[in-house]
Design a protein around this ligand. Structure first.
Ligand SMILES: [Zn+2]
Length: 428
């Protein structure tokens, strides 16, 4: 199964001085979201409740971080008829009251599935009978809904009508041959669905991983349609006031979803004829990729590129330029793609792997070798997450394999190998 195409960037539709100078903008896989997030409406419970119950509304379901799919290429969105009795089991639903009231009436003993408002679909905003709010905000509403109950709520003592209803719904989907695809990267979805999935997965995952306040350790409450977590001052389950918590003071009232910046970089030799790639122990045999690492506090992107490349390969880097980015929802990364040039002479000696044991190997490849590897070999068609064995030795007779086009690493290599980037023109 070949990997899907990349989403078309919006800048292609309008002429632009910057596009003429630098070439078209690249949207990597998982970007290109067709939803208007209308983030300013997240505290508006009247809007959210109306959007939730509209007949066109689409729900993207998760269970154990896997999305409900009908095939590896297609997400199965479902409607209110399926999930209504879970989202609103008779208590008015998650958006019946204002956020302030939800926080005041917080009950740590009550579980309801995490729900995230994803946005309004721009593709349907001109359709008749489309969901409309204040005669201004239009489009099919999209929500993500996590059917996984936290461990504290699924032991037998706490089995409730709601957990039973969730269990039955999961069984119904399984009987219809639909599948919650967990523990796998979903890199074969149509690009716009992939972008909706990335937004949903990242935000659900953040909610799942942050059930407690980082300041005082008490359980938190998902608010703002799933985009913030509050530390309520009292708990009706125990009828007690909680100790004071710094997160309730001023603007640091709540915690927000994280997006952790990662630099990923194609290193070109000073003469522009070779590229430095590295190989992790976890890669399938023959596979090499661009170098990458987390940005650290107090570090510019360019500095992170120079530090990571030197730590992993001993190579000194001169000029660094930004190329494109990729929102990578496993779990919360923004890959900041760069192209950088090594200092003169750096490609004439063996890379030094002794600083940091992260890479098994780092090597300079000619651009011709990289062009061959990018050509859409059988490996590229299988893509990341395919069933190739992980690990194993990198034998010299195995041809170079590189990540598929859905990975930003592939796009960085292609930008260099196509020649435009380093051939004297300034096209990125
Ligand atoms: Zn707290």
């Amino acid at each position: 199964m070949p990997p899907p195409d990349l989403p078309a960037p919006p800048s292609e539709k309008t002429p632009s001085m910057l596009s003429r100078k630098f070439g078209p903008e690249l949207h990597n896989y998982f970007a290109g979201n067709p939803l208007n997030r209308v983030s300013f409406l997240r505290p508006d419970h009247v809007f959210l409740d109306a959007a939730l119950r509209h007949k066109s509304t689409q729900f993207l379901l998760f269970h154990n971080m896997g999305p409900l799919t009908e095939s590896p290429k297609k997400i199965q969105f479902v409607q209110w008829d399926d999930v209504g009795r879970i989202v609103d089991p008779g208590d008015g639903g998650p958006f019946q009251k204002s956020e302030d009231d939800d926080i005041k009436e917080y009950d740590s003993g009550k579980w309801s599935p995490t729900i995230v408002f994803l946005g309004l679909d721009r593709r349907t905003e001109k359709e008749q009978d489309v969901f409309t709010y204040k005669n201004r905000y239009k489009g099919t509403p999209y929500f993500a809904l996590d059917l996984s109950a936290p461990a504290a709520f699924i032991d037998k003592a706490k089995t409730s009508a709601l957990t039973d209803a969730v269990k039955k719904l999961i069984e119904k989907y399984e009987s219809e041959n639909l599948e919650f695809v967990g523990n796998r990267m979903n890199l074969f979805l149509e690009p716009q669905e992939a972008a909706i999935y990335a937004e949903a997965r990242h935000t659900i995952d953040w909610n799942v991983r942050n059930p407690f306040c980082a300041q005082c350790g008490n359980r938190t409450l998902s608010t703002h349609a799933g985009w913030k977590r509050a530390c309520p001052p009292a708990d009706t389950a125990t009828n007690t006031e909680r100790p004071s918590c710094a997160t309730r003071q001023g603007i640091s009232n709540l915690s927000f979803p994280r997006t952790d910046a990662v630099i990923i970089v194609a290193i070109v030799s000073a003469d522009g004829q070779k590229m430095l790639l590295g190989r992790s122990k976890r890669f399938p045999p023959g596979m090499y990729s661009t170098l990458a690492g987390f940005l650290e506090p107090g570090e510019a992107l360019e500095e992170a590129v120079r530090r990571e490349v030197w730590e992993e390969s001993g190579v000194a880097v001169s000029r660094v330029v930004f190329h494109s980015s990729q929102p990578w929802p496993y779990p919360a990364n923004l890959m900041m793609g760069a192209i950088a040039q090594a200092a003169p002479g750096e490609d004439e000696r063996e890379p030094d792997l002794d600083h940091d044991a992260e890479l098994e190997s780092a090597k300079w490849f000619t651009l011709e070798e990289i062009r061959e590897a990018l050509k859409g070999t059988a490996w590229a068609e299988k893509g990341l997450g395919a069933s190739d064995p992980i690990g194993g030795e990198s034998k010299p007779d195995i041809p170079l394999k590189v990540p598929p086009r859905t990975a930003i690493a592939h796009q960085l290599m292609a930008a260099v190998a196509s020649g435009g980037f380093i051939g004297g023109e300034s096209k990125i």
